[in-house]
Design a binder for this molecule. Structure first.
Ligand code: 6LW
Length: 528
């Protein structure tokens, strides 16, 4: 009997939305300020998932420049109807205090690999936009931001979408006010037999998270709550290894079996920090009296889930050896807020190398020369080799462990006041920067240098080597758990959101603005 091991998609891949097209399954997940937007994973057996593409790959679809940390693409909704793929996404611009600007857009494609259309604006009344195909009619749902209420969650609204005129028509109606758990968001609608079923995420995307379910014989309601109110949650089981479970989406297999995908996190300690962010998990669904339940009518999702016999896939290779000798970069590599273009990251100018032109500082919300990948494993080494000739201290290039614009730990080559090449480390933690002058290393400025970081649960240790010598550690052992939603999201300040995850990457800064470049020979990601 095949089975899935949860999480089925590791690392920062939250708010999963799933579809099946014949024997192929696709999951879309949130991507926030990272570019391109919306990751798509593919599977044929529900156990092994391969990152195959990203939907929003041009700035005309996704303008992220200047968007706040954890802004950008929240909770996408992927659907398929009559040969067309539909993706609804929000581009949340800012969200400090009760104000949020969260325009929702629709893009469509005939193929999951695209080309995806330019965005159709739907509404900015709230985030977590969702589309439901009801025969020849289509309905747009989202949560309502009500700035008049202290917690700004104004319930779930519904409005018809007209595919001809490509806009919302009719009136926006209140559909569902949620349960006493509150923070009602993440709506998805389904039809099964005589009932419409409404899934929502409640309790907030931290340790109180839950999937709530209600049903009605009329799409406009009123919706009757499930006998248990919630379908799944770990809010009452703090010692369970997978936590924060919520924000779900149903899928039906070829042989009529129902499953639900949802987000989970794996804290390093009980209700502690989750350094791999919010990941994607799966559970079985069975029906009784036209109500869905997890097996055993429990709310707690399992670590191993039995699956039907589907088209078996080979397990996905987790290591990545990017040697920059192909025409395109590994799909695992992405940039912050702007597309990776020849203008600042070239594989052509020096074949076999990635030439990256130095741009803005590592805390910039605009145009950084930074290319990175999610940290998807608790124990992993990430390394690179660079050739760099810094002329002064405003030229920097190196290896960065990045969460957001004010949480990162950066090992970089630069020049001292004598023009000699040195290695330095800088940590940014809640707007406080820390330097480590005691670790300054003098380099042979005519040779390349290799840099490495070892992520081991909550610990980060940097290494370097030059001219074939052995790896030598540099700097203290850092607390890597600061690169987590839990640490960054200041618990007292509900509106300081943090929804992403730890990345490891390479970056170059020329703070003089003249594009002084570094050449990278390789970038490796190697789970231990
Ligand atoms: C998402 C909301 C949520 O839009 O967190 O998991 C927000 N719940 O539904 C960001 O992921």
């Amino acid at each position: 009997m095949p089975f899935a091991a949860n999480p089925i998609i590791t690392g920062f891949n939250p708010d999963p939305s799933i579809i099946r097209v014949e024997n192929d399954y696709y999951i879309a997940t949130s991507s926030f300020e990272w570019f391109p937007g919306v990751q798509i994973h593919h599977s044929t057996d529900l156990a092994n998932w391969n990152l195959i593409t990203r939907v929003l790959d041009r700035s005309s679809q996704l303008d992220l420049i200047g968007v706040a940390d954890s802004g950008g693409v929240w909770a996408p909704c992927l659907t398929y109807h009559n040969g067309t793929f539909y993706l609804v996404f929000s581009n949340v611009k800012n969200f400090d205090a009760v104000w949020k600007d969260s325009p929702n857009y629709l893009v469509t494609a005939k193929n999951i690999y695209g080309p995806w259309s330019d965005p159709i604006f739907l509404s900015a009344s709230g985030f977590d936009g969702s589309l439901f195909h009801d025969g020849d009619r289509k309905w747009f749902l989202s949560m309502l931001i009500d700035h008049r209420k202290s917690k700004f969650f104004g319930g779930i609204t519904i409005q018809e979408y007209d595919d001809e005129s490509k806009k919302l028509i009719g009136e926006r109606k209140d559909l569902f006010q949620g349960t006493s758990l509150g923070l009602t968001e993440g709506p998805h609608l389904y039809k099964r037999g005589a009932f419409y079923y409404l899934i929502t995420a409640e309790g907030g995307t931290e340790y109180n998270h839950a999937v709530t379910i209600a049903r009605s014989k009329n799409i406009a309601g009123p919706y009757e709550l499930h006998p248990n109110e919630h379908l799944l949650s770990c809010k009452e089981t703090p010692s369970h290894p997978i936590q924060k479970s919520g924000h779900g989406d149903f899928v039906v297999t070829q042989n009529g079996a129902w499953y639900i995908v949802f987000l989970v996190s794996r804290p390093l300690t009980t209700r502690g920090r989750c350094t791999l962010g919010r990941e994607t998990a799966i559970e079985e669904i069975f029906w009784e009296d036209d109500w869905p339940y997890l097996p055993g009518k429990t709310l707690v999702p399992r670590l191993e889930v039995p699956l039907p016999e589907l088209d078996k896939m080979m397990p996905i290779e987790k290591s990545m050896f990017e040697n920059f000798d192909q025409e395109k970069l590994s799909i695992h590599l992405q940039s912050l807020r702007v597309p990776i273009t020849e203008e600042w990251a070239s594989l052509r100018l020096r074949p076999g190398y990635l030439r990256m032109l130095g741009r803005e500082n590592p805390s910039s919300l605009h145009r950084q020369s930074l290319i990175a990948r999610r940290v998807q494993d608790f124990n992993v080494e990430v390394s690179c080799e660079l050739e760099f000739r810094p002329k002064h201290f405003q030229h920097l290039a190196g290896l960065i462990c990045y969460y957001n614009s004010y949480h990162y730990i950066y090992l970089y080559q630069t020049a001292n006041d004598l023009g000699q090449s040195i290695l330095e480390i800088k940590m940014m933690n809640k707007y406080q920067e820390s330097d480590y002058p005691e670790v300054e290393i003098l380099l042979d400025s005519h040779k390349s240098v290799e840099l490495k970081v070892h992520f081991n649960r909550d610990l980060i240790q940097f290494y370097y080597k030059q001219s074939g010598l052995e790896w030598t550690n540099i700097g203290p052992e850092f607390d890597g758990s600061i690169l987590s939603d839990d640490y960054v999201q200041d618990a007292e300040n509900r509106y300081r959101a943090a929804f992403t995850g730890a990345f490891a990457g390479i970056c170059v800064q020329d703070l003089e603005g003249h594009g002084h470049y570094a050449d990278f020979n390789y970038f490796h990601y190697y789970p231990l």
